[in-house]
Every structure is written in C-alpha cells, then in structure tokens.
Write a protein that binds this ligand. Structure first.
Ligand SMILES: Cc1cc2nc3c(=O)[nH]c(=O)nc-3n(C[C@H](O)[C@H](O)[C@H](O)COP(=O)(O)OP(=O)(O)OC[C@H]3O[C@@H](n4cnc5c(N)ncnc54)[C@H](O)[C@@H]3O)c2cc1C
Ligand code: SF4
Ligand code: SF4
Length: 356
C-alpha cells in the first residue's frame, strides 16, 4: 500500500451528530476526514429538535448539534460534502476507493459544507457509516388511524407544531392530549421487537412543554413500560406522574369520534374503554437505516438480527450512532468517538505497515 494513494485518511458517510462527532474526534487526533451527507445541510435528525427546557434544561441533548456544527466548520482537517451520495465502493490492498455522485439538492437552503459539484472518487484507509436509523412510518400501524382521523399526529409532527408555536396560549389549546408509546417498537409480532430507547423521554419532555404552556391541558401517557433513562430521570418520574396521567396499556385502536379521536384501551377491569381526546400523539420508534441493503451491497456491512448495521464488518469499515441501533444523541456522540478511535488506529496501522 502506498500512503500517497490516500486522498482522505477517513471517509465518513452521514453528517448527523454521529458523523460530525467522529470527524471532530479524528481532527482532535490530528487526522483529516471527509464527511459525505446526502441532504443539502448536515445535522441529521437532531436538526429537527427544538429546546424542551421549561423551568430548567430538560437534558434532551439537542443543543449539542450547534456546538458540533461550529466545531466541525472551524477545523480545517474536516471536509464536508453535502448533497452527495456514494455510488460505488471497492476495497483493495487494505484501502477503500469510494465513488461519490452529486444528488440534486432539495429546497432547503444549503447549510455549511460545499454541495458536491461533480462525480469524484476518493481513496481512504477507513470508512465510518453514520447514516442514522429510519423513523417508523405510522401508516404501518393503520389501527392508530394516522392520516385518517383528524387530530392524530406522530411525535415528530407534534415537535414541528410546538416549534412553530402552533400549540399554546393564543394558538391551539387542546383540553386533552394522549401519547401512545411504542408505535413501531417492542412489537415482536410486527417484526420490531427492540425498544427504541429515546421515545419515552422524548414524549415526556413534549408532554411537559404542553403542560407548561397550557396548565389546564390534561395529558395521558399510554405505555407498556417507561424506558429507564438513568438516575436523573428516575428522580424526575415522581413529579412527572403528578403532572401527567400514566396509563399502563397498549391501546387497541384509535377511532373517529364526533369531537375528535377516541383511544380504545383495556380499562382496569380488562373491559374495553373508549376515551375521547383532542390530540393523539403516536410515539414512533427508530428502525434500521434506510438503504441498509445497498450499504450491505456496497461495503459488505452486514445487518444484525434486527436489521441495524452490525459493528463487525470488513476490515476498515466502522459503524457509528443510530445506524447500529437506537441511541440518544449523547450516546450516539460517545459511540461515534469510539468508532473514530478505531478508525484512527486502523489508519495508523496501515501507515505503519507501509513505512516498514
Ligand atoms: C422521534 C425521535 C425522537 C428522538 N428524540 C430524542 C431526544 O429527545 N433526545 C435524544 O438524545 N435523542 C433523541 N432521538 C435520537 C436521535 O435522533 C439520535 O440519537 C441521533 O439523531 C443519531 O444521530 P446519527 O448521526 O446516528 O443519525 P441521524 O441524526 O439520523 O443522522 C444521519 C445522517 O446521515 C445522512 N444519511 C443517511 N443515509 C445517507 C447516505 N446513504 N449517504 C449520505 N448521508 C446519509 C442523513 O441525511 C443524516 O444527516 C430521537 C429520535 C427520534 C427518531
Ligand atoms: S439540552 Fe435540550 S432542553 Fe437543555 S438547553 Fe439544550 S436544547 Fe434545551
Ligand atoms: S423508549 Fe419507551 S416508547 Fe420507545 S420503544 Fe422503548 S418503551 Fe417504547
């Protein structure tokens, strides 16, 4: 292997928090990297999250993205190509040669990073796949009536409504809001047995924002379990339970009532109860990355038993963040740091071998 053949020591696919963290970590170690992001701007899912602080910080992690974007932009070792896709990949003599193609940018204004202007080929010592997971499409659970009954929204749609100020004093003021947890997760019969890990915290933070803006609104949280989020979260649960009605039941369906959606669930005696709400929010989970199959074809990145990208792949291939399984923002950042240190060790070993 001739070190002069290397265009970029590490190639990172995906410019969400995991990809950006890996690039920053490599740069701190003095290694250059190229980040390839298919969208017009980097940031990934975290770019959709607004601050959930009410009286105090809600520890949602969303503000870490701004810090990462600023640090990545300030580090000259990091090259970022947006609106770019990998079209082929080949490994030879320990090096990967990856071909990139421009992908037509959407309507979004370009963010930091230059959109890839023309097809190009890069040779690299290590590839980090940081393509994130795919959010469950609520249409996949038709019994919850998303898109059919007015007032039924996914958690990400509620996020957008909260960010726009569409819910609160002087705007929409629902009297009753229900969250249905584990939509597209913990569902062995549906082939999705895993816990998505982040959606309980996400829903409860949004519930608290609603209660803060509209103290008269009653919020009900239908759940099977509440995902444990560590000690701080456990300490918060008692006060959340005073503020929010927790109902341990997985609703059977959502139907259209005269005043809005109705949630049908098993009551304390086991008999079905149908209760009306103004808004029903479906807590959609995280699944394997979109295009996992083509990443498998391109890089030989094998899926794990649930279809996420397995961390053990061909030499010089690493996986970071939610592509390897559901993770919070902070966990994705830590996971990416680990992938970066393994990629750095791999590049160091290649260069060492070439020298002697
Ligand atoms: C509904 C929901 C709520 C959540 N709430 C929270 C929360 O409150 N707190 C929290 O800590 N975490 C939360 N998370 C988890 C958080 O979003 C993830 O931890 C985080 O986004 C993972 O970062 P990532 O970089 O691995 O993936 P992503 O953020 O998904 O980024 C992946 C990037 O890769 C790009 N990409 C994908 N495929 C390609 C390709 N083939 N080529 C080039 N680029 C590609 C994508 O465009 C994207 O920019 C939530 C997740 C969901 C779905
Ligand atoms: S962690 Fe979340 S809640 Fe706390 S300040 Fe940052 S964005 Fe706001
Ligand atoms: S985090 Fe909560 S809502 Fe999400 S899958 Fe796990 S238990 Fe269900």
């Amino acid at each position: 292997m001739n070190p002069a053949e290397i265009d970029t020591p590490v190639l990172i696919i995906g410019g969400g928090v995991a990809g950006l963290s890996a690039a920053v970590e490599l740069s701190r170690r003095g290694l250059a990297s190229t980040v390839v992001e298919r969208e017009a701007a980097p940031g990934g899912r975290a770019g959709e999250f607004c601050c959930k602080a009410v009286a105090a910080c809600a520890r949602c992690g969303a503000c870490r993205l701004g810090d990462l974007l600023a640090e990545a932009a300030a580090r000259p070792e990091i090259t970022l190509h947006t609106a770019a896709l990998v079209t082929s990949a080949e490994q030879k003599d320990g090096l990967w040669t990856v071909e990139l193609s421009p992908q037509p940018a959407g309507d979004d204004a370009p963010g930091p990073g230059a959109p890839l202007g023309e097809r190009c080929s890069l040779t690299t010592g290590a590839v980090i796949l940081a393509v994130g997971g795919q959010v469950f499409d609520p249409a996949g659970k038709s019994r919850f009536a998303h898109g059919r009954v007015e007032g039924v929204h996914s958690a990400l749609e509620l996020e957008a409504m909260l960010a726009m100020g569409a819910i609160g004093p002087g705007a929409m003021a629902p009297a009753k809001v229900a969250f249905i947890q584990c939509v597209g997760s913990r569902d062995a019969a549906g082939g999705r047995p895993w816990c998505s890990r982040v959606c309980c915290g996400y829903a409860l933070r949004m519930a608290r924002v609603i209660r803060h803006r509209l103290p008269e609104t009653e919020v009900t949280f239908f759940h099977m379990d509440v995902q444990d989020y560590g000690r701080a979260w456990e300490e918060e649960l008692p006060s959340l339970k005073e503020d929010i009605r927790f109902v341990r039941a997985m609703p059977g369906e959502v139907t259209a009532g005269e005043q809005g959606p109705r949630v049908v669930f098993a009551g304390p005696e086991g008999a079905p109860v149908s209760e009306g709400f103004d808004l029903v929010i479906l807590s959609v989970g995280i699944g394997p990355p979109n295009g996992a199959g083509s990443l498998h074809e391109l890089f030989g990145a094998a899926p794990d038993q649930d279809g996420f990208l397995a961390e053990e792949g061909p030499d010089g291939l690493f996986v970071a963040g939610a592509a390897a399984g559901p993770r919070s923002l902070n966990e994705s950042i830590t996971h990416a740091g680990l992938a970066a240190s393994r990629a750095a060790a791999r590049v160091g070993a290649l260069l060492e071998a070439a020298r002697g």
